[in-house]
Design a protein around this ligand. Structure first.
Ligand code: FAD
Length: 388
C-alpha cells in the first residue's frame, strides 16, 4: 500500500498538538514500536482557555491504558477534587447532584503539562515543542508537513490533535463554521469568591443566556475559574459581547453579585471556541490521517466538556494507527474504522446531548420545573441521568 520506502520517512506517526488528545494518542502508541513525533506550537506548560474541570470519563479512559497514569495525575497541585455540582435554575432554585466517577479541577496549564510529562516518562515519543504545523499534504505513500521553524517532516500517518482551529482539519477536511454546532466561551480566574466551596462545581442558568451557562469552578489554591459559554448562533444573532456579559452577570445576578463583591479578578477575561459534537456525521479521517478531540468537533453540547472525549478519541486513533501499520493499509476506507469507533463510543452520546441542549435552550420554565422535580428523591436520578 505504501509506494514510498517507509524506513526513509522521518517518523511513522506525526501527532500534531500535545493537548489531551495528542498526549493520550502518544500514550496509546507507547508500546507499538512505531516512531512517533508529537509536535506542538507551544512550549509547555502553556495555558489553554477552559473551565479546567477534568471529567471523570477522562480518568476512566486513561486508567484503561495504565492505572499508574491516573495515580500520577492525582498528585497534581493545584487541584480541587470534585464531589458534587450545584445547578442554579433561572428561578434561582438550586439543586445539588453527586457524581459517581472521581474527577478534579486543575488549571489546564498544570494538567496538560502533567499529561505531557506522562508521555515523556512512559514512551519513546519525540516531543517537538515550539513547532507549529504550517502546511500539510498527503502524497503517495506519506504525509508531508512543514513547520513554522522551517522544517520539513515526512510521516506515514498524521493525527490532527491541534484543537478547535485545527490546521490539519482545515487543510484536509475543510468545512465552514457551523454556528449551530459551535459555542463561544470566556473565562477568568478569581480569588476570594464568597461561598465558593471546595469540592463543588456550580452552574448558573438564566433565561438571558439559556443556550449556555455561567460556571464557577474551584481549581485549588483559593482560586476559581469563572466563565460563560453560549451557542455561537445566539452570540452572532444577538451580537452578544461575552466578556461584557460575564462581567455584568457577576455584578448583577441576584446570587452572584453578593458573592463577587469582595472577589479579585486575576488576569483578563479571555475567550476561545468550542466545536460541539452531535451534529451531522462527517468524516474525521481520510487517507493517511485522522482528527481527534476538538479538531474532530467532539465537545459535549450540553455541558461543554471535551477533555474526556479528546482523550478517548486520542486513544482510539492510537489503536487505529497501530492497526494501519500492522495491516499496511492507510487507505481512507480502512481509516473509516476509526470514524465508526468514535461514532459508536462518543458520537451517539453527543447527539443525544445536542438534542437535549436544543430542546431546553428556549424553555426556562422547563429547566425550573426539572430542578423542582429533581428535589423529589425518586426523580433526582432521572434528571441526573438526562444531564449526563
Ligand atoms: C471557555 C472554554 C471552557 C471549557 N471548559 C471545559 C471544561 O471545564 N472541561 C472540559 O472537559 N472541557 C472544557 N472545554 C473544552 C476543552 O478545552 C477542549 O475540549 C479540550 O481542550 C480539547 O483537547 P484537544 O487536545 O483536542 O485540544 P487542545 O487542548 O486545544 O490542544 C490542542 C494543542 O494543539 C496545539 N496546536 C494548535 N495549533 C497547532 C499547530 N498549527 N501546530 C502545532 N500545534 C498546534 C495547541 O498549542 C494545543 O496544545 C472548554 C473549552 C472552552 C473554550
Amino acid at each position: 500500500m505504501s509506494g514510498f520506502p517507509e524506513n526513509t520517512l522521518d517518523y511513522d506517526v506525526a501527532i500534531v498538538g500535545a493537548g489531551p488528545a495528542g498526549a493520550a494518542c502518544a500514550l496509546a502508541l507507547r508500546r507499538s514500536g512505531l516512531r512517533v513525533a508529537l509536535l506542538d506550537k507551544a512550549q509547555f506548560p502553556r495555558d489553554k482557555v477552559c473551565g479546567d474541570a477534568v471529567p471523570g470519563q477522562a480518568f476512566k479512559a486513561l486508567r484503561q491504558l495504565d492505572p499508574a497514569f491516573v495515580e500520577q495525575l492525582w498528585q497534581l497541585q493545584p487541584r480541587d477534587d470534585v464531589r458534587d455540582s450545584r445547578l442554579v435554575a433561572p428561578s434561582g432554585a438550586g439543586l445539588t447532584l453527586q457524581w459517581k466517577l472521581p474527577s478534579f479541577n486543575s488549571p489546564r496549564e498544570t494538567f496538560d503539562a502533567a499529561l505531557l510529562e506522562l508521555v515523556r516518562q512512559h514512551s519513546a515519543t519525540e516531543i517537538l515543542e515550539n513547532t507549529g504545523l504550517k502546511t500539510l499534504s498527503i502524497a503517495p505513500g506519506h504525509a508531508r508537513l512543514t513547520t513554522t521553524d522551517g522544517r520539513e517532516i515526512t510521516a506515514g500517518l498524521v493525527i490532527g490533535c491541534d484543537g478547535a482551529n485545527s490546521v490539519v482539519g482545515r487543510k484536509l477536511l475543510p468545512a465552514p463554521l457551523d454556528r449551530a454546532h459551535h459555542c463561544a466561551g470566556v473565562r477568568a480566574y478569581y480569588e476570594n469568591v464568597a461561598g465558593a466551596s471546595s469540592g463543588t462545581t456550580e452552574f448558573f442558568l438564566s433565561s438571558d443566556y439559556l443556550a449556555g451557562y455561567v460556571w464557577l469552578f474551584p481549581v485549588g489554591g483559593g482560586r476559581c475559574n469563572v466563565g460563560l459559554g453560549m451557542l455561537s448562533e445566539i452570540v452572532s444573532a444577538h451580537k452578544v459581547d461575552l466578556k461584557e456579559t460575564l462581567a455584568r452577570v457577576l455584578a448583577t445576578h441576584p446570587e452572584l453579585a453578593g458573592r463577587f463583591a469582595g472577589a479579585r479578578q486575576l488576569g483578563p477575561i479571555v475567550g476561545f471556541g468550542l466545536p460541539l459534537g452531535g451534529g451531522r456525521t462527517r468524516p474525521i479521517s481520510g487517507s493517511r490521517f485522522m482528527l481527534c478531540g476538538d479538531a474532530a468537533s467532539l465537545i459535549d453540547p450540553l455541558q461543554g466538556h471535551g477533555i474526556d472525549t479528546a482523550i478517548q478519541s486520542g486513544i482510539l486513533a492510537g489503536a487505529q494507527a497501530a492497526a494501519c501499520f500492522e495491516q499496511q493499509d492507510f487507505s481512507a476506507g480502512f481509516m473509516r474504522q476509526y470514524d465508526a469507533q468514535v461514532e459508536h463510543k462518543i458520537g451517539r452520546k453527543l447527539a443525544k446531548s445536542y438534542r437535549l441542549m436544543r430542546f431546553l435552550s428556549n424553555k426556562a420554565w422547563l429547566v425550573n420545573a426539572a430542578v423542582g422535580l429533581a428535589r423529589v428523591p425518586g426523580l433526582r436520578a432521572w434528571v441526573q441521568k438526562a444531564i449526563g
